[in-house]
Design a protein around this ligand. Structure first.
Ligand SMILES: Nc1ncnc2c1ncn2[C@@H]1O[C@H](COP(=O)(O)OP(=O)(O)O)[C@@H](O)[C@H]1O
Ligand SMILES: [Mg+2]
Length: 254
């Protein structure tokens, strides 16, 4: 059983004139295979910073604490090694790459994760099956990566990657902007599909909207760079009705 463990994680960002700023102030979180966790919190509470730190983004410096996947030190791994170990990290703002098709990109990603290039014919078959399963138009495979993608297409691509890469743990930063109803449904169906399997899902979100479609097993409220409350799906309902206000105060006073 795969387990992602985050222990007392402290992360700082920026080396500008006013020095590094501590954003994460002791995050503890455990995500096991087959579980869906939602991290919810106000803007600026450090949710994306958590995703970037786990992804190994160079701007985010881990000053203390640990991140392990099945006991292996994730923080000591390169970005590629993290992917190979079974971590999938979907970025909030994917980069447009004209001239590189979705299909080419996926083959590179699959090669990086599996450690060897899949045979072209087998890969094509596999990709076609994955796209069928997700009701994605076959023409999508030839589109330029992220170029002019709608919100829904970005999300379809994200879920297609999940299907092809079969990670142990997926971290999806689904923040606010650009998630129309179409995109929401794609993400929800995808997450629900993976959540019923062996993948552990960490779904990061600001709005409670998506949780009408995805039922997380655990909800963690994030404020001031740490988890300030935890519960089951009922906590998401409470947040939908009452907002984050009381948690922001709790986060500030810690
Ligand atoms: N690359 C960065 N450079 C400087 N400050 C950053 C950077 N990334 C995040 N921050 C700051 O860290 C805090 C948390 O941001 P973020 O993790 O994006 O929060 P959230 O995703 O919860 O909205 C904010 O105050 C933000 O300005
Ligand atoms: Mg964010």
């Amino acid at each position: 059983m795969a387990t992602l463990e985050i222990r007392d994680l402290h992360v700082s960002v920026g080396d500008g004139s006013d020095g590094a700023k501590e954003i994460l102030r002791g995050v503890d979180l455990t995500v096991k295979a087959g579980e869906t966790h939602a991290i919810m919190g106000p803007n600026g509470s450090g949710k994306s910073t958590l995703a970037y730190a786990v992804a190994g983004h160079p701007k985010y410096e881990v000053t203390s604490g640990s991140v392990t996947l099945d006991g292996e030190d994730v923080l000591a791994m390169s970005v590629d090694e993290r992917a190979r170990a079974g971590l999938f990290l979907a970025m909030q703002y994917p980069v447009e790459v004209p001239g590189v098709s979705v299909s080419n990109f996926l083959r590179s990603a699959v090669t990086a994760v599996r450690g060897e290039a899949p045979k072209l014919r087998e890969f094509s078959k596999e990709m076609k099956a994955a796209m069928d399963a997700l009701s994605i138009d076959p023409a999508f495979a030839q589109r330029s990566l992220n170029e002019g993608f709608s919100g829904g297409e970005k999300k379809r691509h994200e879920i297609l990657q999940l299907e092809m890469l079969k990670p142990k743990v997926a971290v999806l930063d689904e923040t606010d902007s650009g998630l129309d109803v179409d995109a929401l449904k794609v993400v929800s169906e995808g997450v629900n599909r993976f959540a019923s399997g062996d993948t552990g899902v960490l779904l990061i979100t600001h709005y409670t909207r998506i949780l009408r479609y995805v039922k997380p097993d655990f909800v963690h409220v994030f404020a001031g760079g740490r988890v300030v409350a935890e519960g089951g799906p009922e906590l998401a309902d409470e947040l939908e009705n009452e907002g984050y206000e009381k948690y922001v105060k709790a986060g500030a006073s810690l």
